[in-house]
Design a protein. Structure first.
Length: 453
């Protein structure tokens, strides 16, 4: 089991490029596969989650080149698409590893493709419920067989003639929305998904990039509808993947809570449906400058200049949860070093991620000396300028918990050791090396069999 230890650091400095956005990377592979022709992807994330999606697509008959680095250190891959409804039925189960996004989006594709596929994953993914996807896709004509009703291993039997659907989703979920829209690409008529508030819109933006008409409406009650007309076709289009704001969150928060720090993170997505964390940090008093704003591959991006800051506690609007759900663990670390109370309501979705992230972050922060309380759908952290640290945390193979606890240790009085760090590779390969490059003291530990890792 991989262990990393973080020790108090100061004066983090440098200009860095974070890995490509995970959400955009998954979609660029899937949409490139659904288009006819060649799509070149620049800045592809090569974390385990995205590689699992690429492997599954190859099993479905799609040609994807092995990613190669360019002069900037970005990974480039080419996808030769087969077109809608042209996937081959896989001879073996599709193993999506730890990737909930890859699994759920591909279920939507299979549901409207007229083929069957068995989905498997690692122990963590196999615990995650799939009913939110199964219900709308079932109404479109797909059939499912699943362990315990809605767990992996799960078989999807798709239909060649899916029914169009007007789905009123009880949750704001980009995965549910994307799965339904992907299934609707081959349906006759209009398929719509309405969410109580808008979730991230990478699918809508990328469909437009591939020349599919997408209609989006924000209603007076803040609910949001995305619609497509089926029997569509996708035109191959090259993509530049921006740096992942969820990954950039870790060096950004590290710079804010460590003394005398100033870093620049370049080319980060500032998609408004992904910017909730950064707006929250700015509301807390973070010294973050947004510079060099531009559009790349249909996504708004910018460089973030971040300096050490005296943060203050706030109440985070629950309406922001959908735009920053993956960033609450590292936000809770920033809150631990902020002055006063930070209240985070409306975050029940964290209970059903790779782990119960509310419970794990509460354990981490309490062991480190912070005052934390929680309910089913909220967390409240009472911060202080210094925290003790000095604990060992089992991240339970949750990549965001592992990285968040390590960031906590960069500002605590005593080192923080985190086990179960191997899954950091699912979203942020070379996390430790990149953090070390700006001066963070994060070191490998010794595995249980005594080998250096």
């Amino acid at each position: 089991m991989t262990q990393l230890t973080a020790t108090a650091s100061t004066a983090l400095a440098g200009k860095i490029i974070c890995p490509g956005d995970k959400s955009v990377s998954h979609r660029s592979l899937i949409f490139g596969a659904l288009a006819k022709g060649k799509t070149t992807i620049t800045g592809l994330l090569t974390g385990d989650d995205v590689l699992s999606t690429a492997s599954a697509l190859r099993q479905l008959g799609v040609t994807i080149s092995e990613p190669e680095r360019n002069a900037k250190g970005q990974y480039i891959a080419a996808v030769t698409g087969v077109g809608l409804g042209a996937f081959a039925e896989p001879a073996a189960p599709l193993d999506l590893g730890n990737s909930g996004t890859g699994a759920r989006l591909l279920m939507g594709v299979i549901a409207g493709s007229g083929i069957s596929a068995v989905f498997t994953g690692d122990a963590s993914l196999s615990k995650r419920p799939m009913q939110r996807i199964m219900t709308p896709l079932g109404r479109m004509g797909a059939e499912f067989t699943a362990r315990d009703g809605d767990k992996l291993p799960l078989t999807v039997s798709g239909t060649r003639a899916p029914l169009s659907l007007d789905w009123q989703s009880p949750h704001a979920s980009a995965q549910v929305k994307s799965a339904v829209l992907l299934a609707g690409l081959t349906a006759r008529g209009k398929t719509s998904v309405t969410e109580p508030v808008a979730s991230r819109d990478h699918t809508e933006l990328m469909l437009r990039h591939f020349e599919v008409d997408v209609e989006t409406t924000t209603h007076s009650d803040n609910s949001y509808t995305a619609s497509i007309v089926g029997e569509a076709s996708l035109t191959a289009a090259d993509i530049i993947v921006p740096s992942d704001p969820s990954s950039a969150a870790f060096p950004v928060v590290a710079a804010l809570i460590t003394k005398n720090s100033a870093i620049t993170v370049t080319g980060v997505s500032i998609n408004p449906y992904r910017f909730g964390l950064y707006q929250t940090l700015i509301d807390m008093g973070a010294d973050i400058t947004i510079s060099n704003q531009r559009v790349e591959g249909g996504e708004p991006v910018a460089d973030l200049i971040c300096k050490s800051s005296r943060l203050k506690g706030i109440t985070v609007p629950a309406s922001r949860a959908a735009s920053m759900i993956d960033e609450y663990p590292v936000l809770s670390v920033a809150a631990a070093y902020a002055e006063g109370e930070t209240h985070m309501p409306g975050i029940e979705e964290l209970r059903v991620k790779e782990t119960d992230r509310i419970a794990l972050m509460e354990e981490c922060l309490r062991k480190g000396g912070a005052a934390v309380t929680s309910t089913h759908d909220s967390m409240t952290v009472t911060g202080a300028s210094t925290q003790d640290g000095g604990m060992t945390i089992d991240a339970q193979h949750d990549h965001r918990i592992a990285m968040s606890c390590l960031i906590f240790g960069l500002a605590s009085a005593r080192p923080v050791t985190v086990s179960g760090c191997e899954t950091i590779n699912t979203s942020f390969p070379e996390f430790a090396e990149l953090m070390q490059s700006i001066g963070a003291d994060i070191k490998n530990e010794i595995s249980q069999n005594g080998d250096s890792i």
